[in-house]
Design a protein around this ligand. Structure first.
Ligand code: GDP
Length: 619
């Protein structure tokens, strides 16, 4: 029988039982002989010590097991919203998911966020109501809460509700209206079909601790989620969702294959036209990974030999469809406890950046800073530096990463041989404001004969180099922030031609003259235009008990948030607000106190807005 593969994620609010359920599934599938215990810290998937301490899972790891003819690759998904980019990156490689909800605590703050991310990416999802063995477990209440807060399209897996299925199927609707009793098989097939389309979500109940209901969930995973037949034909397409370093420091890429086959010793293209040879492949199959000659569509492979591959890279045919993540909006200076360790810290941070390019390390003099999405990330970086590199560090205060936009149009020029010009080149620029979010555009109307083509060989190459020089110069505007949302035009260009001896015109212009003069002229151009410092802002959706609205709104106002009138839905109210990204952490910290722990917060990057007070300078 052809074996099928299913890439599965288990998601849950912290403590709902994700780790325990994972262990129980591995045990039921015969992968492990003994059920580990999160309470004793002996589980398979929590590799990072910090995760055990905090009880959160941050890095993805893969474990696989077999159910009937399906190989299930269980991909560990991070559960904290500070890592939503990482969550989405992992969700995009899943075929299906199990969302765990505690039967005692019910829907918890992160549960709706995770469900929304799953729905956004149309991941077929089963819901497991866990902890049914505990006192206070109330299945009915939790089902009602799930229907209200997560999705109305839920169906008990054991006794599929015809009404919910009928809403999405003509034949079932007809039978329902006529009062015909449908055979259980037909309902089961319809449930599977609608689940695989992510239209409905079957709900299972049980206990990860005792194992009750886990066999039924296993059967549901194999039968209701869309496992794919392995088919190695077609063009190569895959996504890199994790990078790991091997014992010798070599890079190992975890790739989910969507189409085609990659074989060892094959050359692969990825990223910006990089091509490298795959030297070895391991594929996940029943328990762990094993050495293979190739990895095919549907499977997850670990690839060796790709020294330049980065997380998020697409290989083969999907390269253009890269998901766009919001930029990190915060940063903090990292200080080594032992100042002698600064060089080692730089190397260590560079390696972390490789695993997650969004960490973006910046060096300013002897100071190193990293970009962040939230405060929890500091703890993760701190713990990783300690455990993987033996480096103790502290962080300085978290500050927002602002940008500068040109305030108007500005022009400037430096001419060969002028006293203010230390280099042998003539450069003129104009900068103009461009629409918000448009980034940086470069225009080159200069005639070819004015370009130093004896150095740059072609007009295209010169243009490309000038774009890079300007891009570098725009990295630090009048207040030290990156200048964005602008159009820069090269208005004038001339180079020096030697004469003599004796020489009056000086030596021939070199590439260094153009490279070094660009930041000087760019600076003058920005000074002529003026710049506006803009801070990152976040749009926030709050779901709070209606009784807490009176406490939440003044707190939002105090944090500088703007908001519309809340919408009420019985006991719960929704508040939409826009807030400075720098204040989001304060709101997150205050929310539990303001809402007796019932408040839910979802945030999204919402662009930049001019800073109203004194514009902050970058350190
Ligand atoms: P995670 O944070 O979602 O991975 O949750 P864990 O698996 O670490 O579980 C959190 C706590 O709940 C631990 O103390 C578990 O022993 C406990 N737990 C998990 N599942 C169950 C269950 O089905 N019944 C009971 N009574 N406790 C459970």
């Amino acid at each position: 029988m052809a074996r099928k593969t299913l890439n599965l994620g288990i998601l849950a609010h912290v403590d709902a039982g994700k780790t325990t359920l994972t262990e129980r599934l591995l045990y039921a599938a015969g992968v492990i002989d003994e059920v580990g215990s999160v309470d004793r810290g002996t589980t398979q998937t929590d590799s990072l010590a910090l995760e055990q301490q905090r009880g959160i899972t941050i890095k993805s790891a893969v474990v696989s097991f077999a159910v009937d003819d399906v190989t299930v690759n269980l991909i560990d998904t991070p559960g904290h919203p500070d890592f939503i980019a990482e969550v989405e990156r992992v969700l995009s490689v899943l075929d299906g998911a199990v969302l765990v909800v505690s039967a005692v605590e019910g829907v918890q703050p992160q549960t709706p966020l995770l469900m929304r991310a799953l729905q956004r990416l149309a991941v077929p999802t089963l819901i497991f109501v866990n902890k049914m063995d505990r006192v206070g477990a109330d299945e009915e209440r939790v089902l009602e809460e799930i229907a209200r807060r997560l999705s109305a399209a839920i169906v008990r897996a054991e006794s599929p509700d015809v009404e919910v299925l009928a809403e999405r199927s003509e034949p079932i609707l007809a039978a329902y209206v006529e009062g015909t009793t449908l055979p259980a098989q037909v309902l089961r097939a319809e449930l599977a079909a609608q689940t695989k389309e992510a239209l409905v979500h079957p709900v299972f109940a049980g206990s990860a601790l005792t194992g009750a209901g886990v066999e039924r969930l296993m059967a549901g995973i194999a039968q209701l989620l869309p496992a794919a037949e392995r088919d190695g034909d077609g063009p190569v397409a895959g996504t890199v969702f994790k990078i790991e370093r091997g014992p010798a420091g070599e890079r190992i890429a975890y790739v989910r294959m969507f189409s085609g086959t990659v074989s060892a010793r094959e050359r692969l293209s990825f990223g910006d036209d990089i091509e490298e040879k795959v030297t070895a492949i391991r594929v996940f199959d029943r328990g762990s990974d094993e050495q293979r000659a190739s990895v095919s569509a549907g499977e997850i492979g670990k690839l060796w030999g790709l020294s330049e591959i980065r997380i998020g890279d697409r290989i083969g045919d999907l390269r253009t469809a890269d998901p766009q993540f919001a930029p990190p909006t915060l940063e903090s200076v990292v200080v080594p406890a032992d100042l002698e360790e600064a060089a080692r810290l730089r190397v260590a941070l560079a390696q972390l950046e490789e695993q997650d390019p969004l960490i973006a390390v910046r060096q300013d003099g002897s100071e190193l800073s990293v970009s962040l999405y939230g405060e929890v990330q500091k703890e993760v970086i701190q713990a990783t530096l300690a455990s993987d590199f033996g480096l103790e560090v502290t962080f300085e205060e978290t500050t927002p990463i602002c940008i500068e936009r040109p305030a108007g149009t500005g022009e400037a020029l430096e001419v060969l041989h002028a006293e203010t010009n230390p280099y042998f080149a003539t450069i003129g620029f104009r900068v103009e404001p461009a629409p918000d979010g448009s980034g940086f555009e470069f225009r080159m109307p200069v005639a070819k004969r004015a370009m130093p083509l004896y150095v740059y060989k072609s007009a295209e190459n010169f243009t490309e180099h000038m774009r890079e020089y300007i891009h570098d110069a725009l990295g630090s505007g009048l207040f030290g922030w990156e200048v964005s949302d602008c159009v820069v035009t090269m208005t004038t260009c001339a180079y020096s031609v030697p004469d003599g001896p004796p020489s009056k015109r000086g030596p021939l212009s070199t590439a260094a003259d153009f490279r070094k003069l660009t930041p000087l002229v760019m600076r003058k151009t920005l000074e002529a235009a003026g710049t506006v410092v803009c801070e990152p802002i976040t749009s926030v959706t709050l779901e709070v008990p209606t009784a807490a609205v009176g406490a939440v709104l003044p707190a939002l106002a105090r944090l500088g948030g703007t908001f519309e009138a809340p919408t009420m839905d019985g006991e719960h109210s929704r508040i939409e607000s826009v807030l400075s990204a720098a204040r989001l952490n304060d709101l997150q910290r205050e929310l539990p106190g303001l809402t007796s722990g019932e408040g839910v917060l979802e945030s999204d990057f919402a662009g930049y807005r001019p800073v109203e007070s004194e514009p902050p300078k970058r350190r």
